[in-house]
Design a protein around this ligand. Structure first.
Ligand SMILES: [Fe+2]
Length: 133
């Protein structure tokens, strides 16, 4: 199990994106804490649903931003979101069916978040920051 913590280098300098990333990671860290302390299947299912809904919301926020500013790499970025949501939904179905994969799920989610944030999200934040006005 990797240590799931907020890293300084997650800050992209865009208030909206950074704020949403903090909430998202806070949800993941909360589930990780509960997992270590022991949680019921019912609590686990509720937390997973919240994470999925927040991911959907956050991705939509970024996708709307990309449309509004005519972002050139919108398709590639949106595709990464779409793939993650598909993986999330599949993993959550397995977890809700009682499969013992929460540990690997949390590690996967954190690693995905790290890569996505310093990759496509970083480029989006740079593009926004470089816009005139
Ligand atoms: Fe993104």
């Amino acid at each position: 199990m990797v240590e799931i913590v907020w890293q300084k280098w997650f800050e992209l300098g865009n208030f909206r994106i950074d704020s949403e990333h903090r909430v998202f990671l806070d949800l993941v860290m909360g589930l990780n804490r509960d997992f270590k302390a022991g949680l019921t299947p019912e609590k686990q299912a509720r937390s997973l649903r919240e994470i999925l809904k927040y991911a959907e919301f956050h991705f939509l926020s970024e996708e709307n931003m990309m449309i509004d500013i005519g972002y050139p790499d919108r398709q590639i970025h949106t595709e990464e979101h779409r793939k993650l949501l598909a993986t999330l939904e599949a993993s959550i179905r397995r977890l809700n069916a009682g499969e013992d994969i929460l540990d690997e799920f949390l590690t996967f989610l954190y690693e995905w978040f790290c890569e996505h944030t310093v990759g496509v999200d970083y480029r989006l934040a740079q593009f926004i920051a470089a816009r005139p006005g």
